[in-house]
Design a binder for this molecule. Sequence first.
Ligand SMILES: O=C(O)C1=C[C@@H](OP(=O)(O)O)[C@@H](O)[C@H](O)C1
Ligand SMILES: C=C(OP(=O)(O)O)C(=O)O
Length: 451
Amino acid sequence: MAGPGSTSCGDAAYPVSIVGLRCCIKGKRDMIEIQTVGSVDVSVAVPGSKSLTQRALIAAALAEGESTLHGPLVSEDTEYSSAALRQVGVTIDHEESWRVQGNAGRIAPCAEPIFLGNNGTATRFLTSVLSLGNSRFVLDGDKRMAERPIEPLMTALQGWGVDVSSMHDTGCPPLVINSTGLAGGMTVLPEGKSSQYLSSLLLVAPYAREVAELRVEGEVFSKPYITMTLDVMSRFGIHVEYSSDYKYFKIPRGIYRGQDYSVEGDASSASYFWAAAAVTGGRVRVENVSVSSLQGDVKLVPLLGRMGCGLSIEGGGITLASTGMLEGISVDMADMPDVVPTLAVVAAFAEGKTHIQNIGHLRIKECDRLHAVVTELTRMGAEVEEHSDSMVIHGKGGRDLHGATIETYDDHRMAMSMAVAGLKVPGVEISGEGCVAKSFPDFWQRFALLK
Ligand SMILES: O=C(O)C1=C[C@@H](OP(=O)(O)O)[C@@H](O)[C@H](O)C1
Ligand SMILES: C=C(OP(=O)(O)O)C(=O)O
């Protein structure tokens, strides 16, 4: 699927203005040159949450009756999820709201492979959903997805009697699932570096033949995503028993009930706008993300507060204001991996050291995001240290930064976070800018409102 950036500039002569951005094609690559701005002062709305849209879509597909999802994220990833569910017999109408006719847990056979691109969330969730069927399924993804592990999830599903294997014995997709439904009972999720395994198991567990129980080994990463899963499940009528450390779960048998579900704005997408206020010494209000959100990435706002920004809550949104005077912090970001690139970029404009810890799981995202952030900030002149599961940014108030052509590694979050640096530093070009389509197709148009 072409990103809107590439759609809008694909046929155009160089350079073309998309409001404050210059979009061009250099050689064969899509590229956006970010124009610097003064202190930004805007109010923006962001698209619906990717995580909540995909959870609600799965619950609605497995539900008895019709569901309507209001304000869903319309993007490459949610198109992949919808298409996959349609392949197994779910009717989903994408109008302004999405109408989903639930099949009460019945999964139709599908002879064709189900392809999910580099959508980690959907790949992990669909593995369990397909296990509910009574057929052979092949679940595939793109080149990068074939490097993103899924072994712990397969092991836990095998504990519930599922015949699932990695086609090339890599512990990664493509997968083959010979499904006959879930037996249920107790299973163990071995240690892994993604919460998506656990969310995936929880979402389908009510459909097991016996009451399902789940024990989790090792550290639980990205915990707020588990909270979001439990919340969506309860809104669709299934209430899970669990220990507060998220190491034990008991899931009652049951069937989700069709719901009217409103998707809130995506906190990870909002992060680039708050970061824009932070680095330009300006003010940005994100209208549709609230402080009471269960999305863990909303906690970026208090972190920016610790770096010297002010925040206020107005009419349900969150406003972040900055004088541009920022200081480095030390922070554990195990629970908010998707906004690590955003915080790292802000840290490059702060005075002093920012130490971001417990982020080894960034290495299995759309790219090795830990290495990519370090490489691209270094390319701009920043002094950054890479460690196995942490990074240290030696901020010099942005005085060490210069323009550069940024590689994005087909990772939407690399493109969007590094674009923030270009608001302040002349000559920042973002290559492969169409990758934002994964989670935020009109990112460049909304980013251009930052003036
Ligand atoms: O469950 C989810 O919706 C997600 C969980 C997180 O992944 P990990 O649990 O693998 O860190 C996050 O990075 C991803 O963007 C979305
Ligand atoms: C890691 C991400 O997504 P996924 O794991 O769903 O591919 C992301 O959106 O940053």
